[in-house]
Design a protein around this ligand. Structure first.
Ligand SMILES: C[S@@+](CC[C@H](N)C(=O)[O-])C[C@H]1O[C@@H](n2cnc3c(N)ncnc32)[C@H](O)[C@@H]1O
Length: 211
């Protein structure tokens, strides 16, 4: 299996200063919700999971890329059972074992059927009242936001044609706002970052939907 992030992994954290305000918002929301056991799906280099562990939350990071997990393993508090190699669309965990689950910058790079499978898996491993925290791209309303998004689109293009095609489809369909609205999750909180190019959602699953 090829590792799409093999080359990119060691440079990934250069983007962290830009992402940092959104990461802090995720950590604050996880703590405010009282989540004790949290899975960060597609954790990448583990910055979010490491931040949560520093704050006393039992966070586990899962990713498919060995290269990204190797970078994550260098972060304080992230080693051993705190990092798992696995597929977001087939999570290697039993049902209802996490009370928080994070998907950050993970949905936009997948075709729609995979995205939906990832959300179905999130629903399965979360407890019935568990929280899903999503951080991903949104469609900005302002000119400044559209300019930032154009720059981000160049970064996404560098990640490869398949990745870029999924990103374009995701954004053409309305980005994270439209995707989450089409799924059965109730939004408890929404906040935007980066001139409206990134959105953070805290959601809980709709009571009437089982899986
Ligand atoms: C854009 S990075 C986001 C990383 C991190 N969540 C963040 O906020 O910076 C996407 C991550 O998803 C991982 N990934 C892609 N497909 C995956 C899959 N099917 N299962 C698990 N991880 C996957 C990649 O290896 C990469 O680390």
């Amino acid at each position: 299996m090829t590792d799409d992030y093999a080359l990119f992994a060691r440079y990934y954290d250069f983007m962290e200063p830009w992402i940092a305000p959104a990461r802090s918002a995720v950590t604050r929301a996880v703590r405010a919700a009282g989540c004790r056991r949290v899975l960060d799906v597609c954790c990448g280099t583990g910055t979010q999971a490491a931040d949560l562990r520093r704050q006393g939350v039992r966070a586990v990071g899962l990713d498919l890329s060995k290269a990204m997990l190797a970078q994550a393993g260098r972060k304080a508090g992230l080693c051993g059972a705190a990092l798992v190699r696995g597929d977001a669309a087939r999570l290697p965990f039993p049902d209802a074992v996490f009370d928080g689950l994070i998907l950050s910058f993970a949905l936009h790079e997948k075709p729609a059927p995979v995205r939906r499978a990832m959300l179905a898996e999130a629903r399965r491993v979360l407890t019935p009242t568990g929280r899903l925290f999503v951080l991903d791209y949104a469609c900005p309303g302002s000119l400044a936001g559209r300019m930032v998004l154009a720059a981000l689109s160049l970064v996404e293009r560098k990640a490869g044609s398949e990745h870029h095609r999924a990103f374009r489809d995701y954004m053409n369909a309305g980005g994270t706002d439209a995707f989450l609205a089409s799924e059965n999750w109730i939004a408890l909180r929404r906040r935007s970052f980066g001139k409206g190019t990134v959105v953070f959602y805290e959601t809980v699953r709709h009571k009437n939907v089982s899986t």
